[in-house]
Every structure is written in C-alpha cells, then in structure tokens.
Design a binder for this molecule. Sequence first.
Ligand code: HEC
Length: 100
Amino acid sequence: MAATIASVGLARADGDAASGRKKAAQCVACHGIDGLSKMPLAPNIAGSPAMYLEKQLKAFRDGARSDETMNVVVKPLSDADIADLAAWYSGIEVEVTLPQ
Ligand code: HEC
C-alpha cells in the first residue's frame, strides 16, 4: 500500500511540460514564462525541483502557506494542473555565474 502511494506521488511529479507551458500564461506577469522573477517580491522558480514546486503550490492552494496573491492564483488549480506547471518550470535549465 505504501509503495502504491509513493508511486502515485512520483507519477504526479511527472506532469506534462507542454500543457504546463500553456497553463503558465497565468503566472508569467510575475514569474515569466522562463521562471525568472518579473517583480521584486516574486521568486525565481526556473529549475526548482518538480516535487518542491508541487509541494509549494499545494500548500498555497490548501492554505498551509499564506500569500495574498498566490493563494488566489492557485485556488482553482487541480492536482494535474499543478503537476503540469511543476513539469514546465522544473524543466527549465538554469545557468549561474557566481559573484566575484
Ligand atoms: C501577481 C503575481 C503572481 C502571479 C500571477 C503568480 N505568482 Fe507565484 N508567487 C508570487 C509571489 C509574490 C510569491 C512569493 C510568495 C511569498 O512570499 O511567500 C510567489 C511564490 C510562488 C512559488 C513559491 C516559490 C518558492 O520557492 O517558494 C511558486 C512555486 C509559484 N509562486 C508559482 C506560481 C505559478 C505556477 C503561478 C501561475 C499558476 C504563479 N506563481 C502566479 C507572485 C505571483
């Protein structure tokens, strides 16, 4: 039973990135289609692990994490929407340059 639950969890972390790209239309004003912040209080989400993104989105949806904007944006999303969005944003490759 535990194994079944774990595999369902993993399957959900593996959403459809192409669908996620379309669904991200409602995120781009703040996070960009590239997952890089477009406003001072929005975090970069490009390349974050899918499981982490899903966990945060569900926490906003269920009210366990509180942010005026995110709570409203995520409210209507299904688990599948969240998995797709996580697949899109986690799939973005990020290159970094460390400060000197
Ligand atoms: C109007 C601006 C706005 C929109 C639209 C928006 N966000 Fe956010 N998002 C924010 C802000 C601001 C935060 C930081 C919340 C906080 O301080 O806890 C945030 C936080 C997040 C986080 C948590 C990241 C982390 O590392 O903690 C994720 C994931 C996220 N947003 C994804 C999305 C997705 C996916 C969408 C579209 C469905 C979306 N956001 C739409 C402003 C926005």
